[in-house]
Ligand binder design. Structure first.
Ligand SMILES: [Zn+2]
Length: 112
């Protein structure tokens, strides 16, 4: 729960995030699932497991939501930089990570 919506700054209400994700999350707690058009809670890394809601696309460049929460979180946080298709998009960075053999993490599920 964001502080601006009454959440505390106690450790149990905080989650480590990069500035990119933190900025895009802003104080949103919900998003729209693009498939069902239903508003759902965003993924909560403190209470939910990443692998229950997301997979990597086969090429490792895109995160795909597998549930309404996963899809709504991908859309709200623009986890694949689809709104800003710039040269420094996260997909290009992931491409270097894939070529280097660092990505996607072995423990993360991938598209078949
Ligand atoms: Zn991030």
């Amino acid at each position: 729960m964001p502080q601006s919506l009454g959440g505390s700054d106690e450790p149990d209400n905080l989650a480590l995030a990069c500035s990119r994700c933190n900025g895009r999350r802003y104080n949103f707690t919900t998003g729209i699932d693009p498939k069902t058009k239903i508003e759902v809670s965003l993924f909560n890394p403190r209470q939910q497991q990443w692998a229950d809601h997301f997979i990597w696309r086969e090429d490792g460049l895109k995160i795909l939501g597998t549930t309404p929460i996963g899809r709504a979180t991908c859309a709200r946080l623009d986890l694949n930089d689809e709104r800003y298709d710039e040269d420094d998009s996260i997909r290009k960075v992931r491409q270097f990570w894939v070529l280097s053999g660092w990505h996607p993490p072995d423990e993360d599920p991938r598209q078949d």
